[in-house]
Design a protein around this ligand. Structure first.
Ligand code: AHR
Length: 493
């Protein structure tokens, strides 16, 4: 392997727009998301606007979130929308039977979700209930949300919202090979086709996303797309990919205090995303009847580690560390490389669940290292991805050898050249030679940490935060020195 990263870039090559929705979020009813993490209710002592806590809202607003998926996940297949509309004190209290058996007050329902998305300026991605719902219930919900006239619109107005809501993206069913009903691909495709035939909104129709494979069953998507009537009912198919440090669901590995072997195996598993997308690309390209612009929607991805049971955490609550930040940077670079096909991704999840942006504890809030990566990468939303190829130095641990450096480049609407870089090496710094861009300067920000498992805690909420970074002239080259365990975004000038 070369000692230094060398980049080949053709600044005149054809580009693909990085869909802003690649920076999408996922809000499922799990643990303390939404209750406590987002929704505290109008009467809470925690400062809030219409029940949404202000500190979390302001932090989310700063991310310029393009789209939010709701209400699940597995929970979507248990969710009955009528439970979550109307006066909050009359909404039924239920039990979240899929995630931790917690109380589900239904205080955060359709109006609360759509109002939150609107205040954030985010598009909406609704996941309809195929598991315990009916096609009639799904159709009713869409009419209630989007109709201009009629009884459903009147009911929505009586519940406080006269103007129809906009459903931008729609899925029916979730992980139908697993929690969503353990259906064969053929059985799901039949059911999807039936539901989708009646799942209409008033006005513009949403982009319809068929729930597809995970990283271990790519052929599920192939069978779905082979259904004789499906092509007219979908604009995209989803993919779910989680990064488990060990790769084992029964013992995934810890969030902190892990050995370097689990750092390396996490990086290795993350880099597989490139191959998993390539497999889906090959499958999609076989099906010639799909609409132009048909997309792959990675509507769940991210780190999933074991919970620290000694702390009795809420369901799927995990600490965030610099390892997560590196995983986020690697995935986002891969999504940029595949910008022609990947039209949306939704990191799992937004607040207090899995690889969250934000963790809360009562009135306190911390931003995770992953939050900072999403904030640093914002200029990539809507930018034109430049095709880059590069050779990286190795990161070696025992008999595992991986590329240390990952990068992606883009040109913004304002004409700026931007570069995102990750040094996934747990121990060593690496130089990246930027000379091929023909720039004189490169400036931006860097996120790194002293240890592999450092993160932001309630006791030390700003331990991991971005710092300024400038490229240096070395031997007539423009070189960026990336410390171990780091993510950087720079503008080339
Ligand atoms: O994100 C947590 C869960 O992971 C989702 O509910 C489900 O779709 C997936 O298995």
């Amino acid at each position: 392997a070369p000692a230094q990263t060398r980049i080949d870039v053709d600044l005149a090559a054809e580009t693909h727009t990085i869909a802003p929705e690649i920076y999408g979020q996922f809000l499922e009813h799990v643990g303390t998301q939404p209750y406590g993490g987002i929704w505290v209710g109008p009467d809470s002592d925690i400062p809030n606007t219409d029940g949404i806590r202000d500190d979390v809202f302001d932090a989310l607003k700063a991310l310029e979130i393009p789209v939010i998926r709701w209400p699940g996940g597995c929970y979507a297949d248990l969710y009955h929308w009528r439970d979550g509309v109307g006066p909050r004190d009359t909404r039924p209290v239920r039990v979240n039977m899929v995630w931790g058996g917690t109380e589900e007050t239904n205080a955060f329902g359709s109006h609360e979700f759509f109002n939150l998305a609107e205040r954030l300026g985010a598009k909406t991605y609704l996941n309809l209930n195929l598991g315990t719902g009916t096609a009639a219930e799904a159709a009713d919900w869409l009419e209630y949300l989007t109709a201009e006239a009629g009884d459903r619109a009147a009911e929505r107005s009586a519940n406080g919202r006269e103007t129809p809501y906009k459903v931008d993206f729609l899925s029916i069913g979730n992980e139908t090979w697993g929690c969503g009903g353990a259906l064969t691909a053929g059985a799901y495709a039949d059911l999807y086709a039936q539901y989708a035939s009646f799942a209409k909104t008033a006005g513009d129709q949403p982009v319809r996303i068929l729930s597809g494979a995970h990283d271990g069953n790519p052929e599920y998507t192939d069978t779905l797309l082979g259904h004789p009537y499906i092509a007219d009912l979908i604009e995209g198919v989803s993919l779910h990919v989680y990064m488990l440090p060990t790769g084992e669901w029964s013992k995934k590995g810890a969030a902190t205090g892990f050995p370097e072997a689990e750092w390396a195996s996490t990086i290795k598993r993350t880099l597989r995303m490139e191959d998993v997308i390539a497999d889906q690309r090959a499958i999609i390209s076989k099906h010639e009847d799909l609409v132009d612009g048909f997309g792959l929607y990675v509507d769940e991805w991210g780190m999933w580690v074991d919970q620290d049971e000694a702390k009795a955490p809420p369901a799927l609550y995990q600490e965030g560390t610099i390892r997560d930040a590196v995983v986020a940077g690697l995935n986002l670079n891969i999504f940029h490389h595949n910008a022609d096909l990947v039209k949306m991704t939704n990191i799992a999840q937004m607040v207090n669940v899995l690889q969250a942006m934000i963790l809360t504890d009562g009135p306190d809030m911390v931003l995770t290292p992953t939050y900072h990566v999403f904030e640093m990468y914002k200029p990539f939303m809507g930018a034109e991805a430049l095709p880059v190829s590069y050779t990286s130095p190795d990161y070696t641990l025992g008999d595992v050898t991986l590329p240390a450096i990952s990068l992606s480049a883009a040109r913004t609407a304002e004409g700026e050249l931007i570069l995102a870089l990750v040094n996934a090496d747990a121990k060593a710094s690496h130089d990246v030679d930027l000379t091929s861009f023909g720039a004189k300067k490169a400036e931006g920000r860097l996120l790194t940490a002293k240890t592999m498992d450092a993160g932001n805690t309630f006791a030390d909420p700003d331990a991991v935060h971005p710092v300024p970074l400038t490229a240096k002239a070395k031997d007539k080259k423009l070189v960026l020195d990336l410390p171990p365990r780091s993510v950087a975004v720079v503008v080339l000038k």
